[in-house]
Design a protein. Structure first.
Length: 313
């Protein structure tokens, strides 16, 4: 780690910033897909743990592992924390990220993982609408249509149950809205180093988890500690990927790939919790993947058109 540059956590991510606009957008898409896989893996581990431990304890121990992993980078780049852009917005982002994570795992205590993810998959619709209104990003009717078709695929695959009006469901939906707002704020903080964004988010969950754990603590087993640590490490990597993705490409382009979470929900649901996907789930997943692939092709075509209109000098 001593060879890492002072301006960012990973040289690979720094090099991506030098790509042309089209390449940067495609790289942003790839990083978002990778981050969704890792988030899904971490979500499955989290749901497994909250079957025995409290949400507060999960937040606390998960953040401890993440901050230990990040500590060498935080120390090496400590000067970055003294030069924050828009400190008020940074604080709001930490609050939102903390509430979003807490809401997600609290909902998984009472609802199946796939049901909770259903509500979180409403995030791309929130982001697309808000990015057009607040960030001025251009979203054509084709991508709007693809996003709506993808969301229909989610509904077909998961068929929300009668629990859709329950308090846990409302908590999950609120977490989804927080997540969407968090993504927009991340898009607005392009100059903030990845290490600052990642570590500040875990400081938020560490703080909330420490308070909540004081009221309910179960001594963890050695096996559980390994899972807590792995969950923290996976989350760190996922955050670096999603933060860089949102800096490389417009939110309305990369966020629709959040729909791929349904595929991982099916896989982890079967492997970890023994859930067997239905025909409806398979059909819905196919629709979601098709919609996401269309958005990818549409973005590639728009990149070509832009290059033709504005050829390099």
């Amino acid at each position: 780690m001593t060879g890492l540059p002072r301006t960012t956590a990973m040289p690979f991510f720094k090099n991506l910033s030098a790509y042309d606009d089209r390449s940067a957008r495609l790289a942003g898409i790839a990083l978002m897909v990778l981050s969704i896989f890792m988030f899904s893996f971490g979500d499955a581990m989290g749901k497994f743990l909250v079957g025995t431990y409290s949400v507060g304890q999960l937040l606390f121990l998960r953040a401890c592992a993440a901050l230990l992993l990040l500590s060498p980078l935080v120390w090496k780049q400590r000067h970055q924390f003294l030069q924050l852009e828009r400190p008020g917005l940074q604080l709001f982002r930490v609050v939102l990220s903390t509430l979003e994570v807490a809401a997600f795992f609290l909902a998984t205590v009472y609802l199946p993982l796939a049901d909770v993810i259903t509500y979180y998959l409403a995030g791309p619709i929130f982001v697309t609408a808000m990015s057009a209104i607040f960030l001025g990003e251009k979203v054509g009717w084709r991508r709007w249509t693809a996003i709506l078709i993808g969301f229909c695929g989610v509904l077909i695959a998961l068929r929300p149950s009668a629990q859709t009006v329950s308090l846990p469901a409302l908590i999950a939906l609120g977490g989804s809205l927080s997540f969407a707002t968090l993504m927009l704020i991340t898009r607005s903080l392009r100059k903030t180093p990845d290490i600052v964004m990642a570590s500040s988010q875990f400081i938020g969950t560490f703080s909330l988890g420490a308070v909540l754990s004081a009221f309910h603590w179960v001594p963890p087993t050695s096996g559980s500690l390994v899972i807590f640590a792995l969950a923290g490490c996976v989350s760190v990597t996922a955050l670096f990927c999603v933060n860089r993705s949102l800096k490389l490409a417009p939110a309305s382009v990369v966020v629709p790939y959040q729909y791929s979470m349904i595929v991982w929900a099916v896989i982890f649901g079967f492997v970890v919790f023994g859930d067997v996907p239905s025909i409806a789930t398979i059909v819905g997943a196919a629709i979601i993947i098709g919609a996401g692939f269309y958005i990818y092709l549409r973005e590639r075509d728009l990149g070509r058109e832009s290059a033709e209109v504005n050829p390099p000098a």
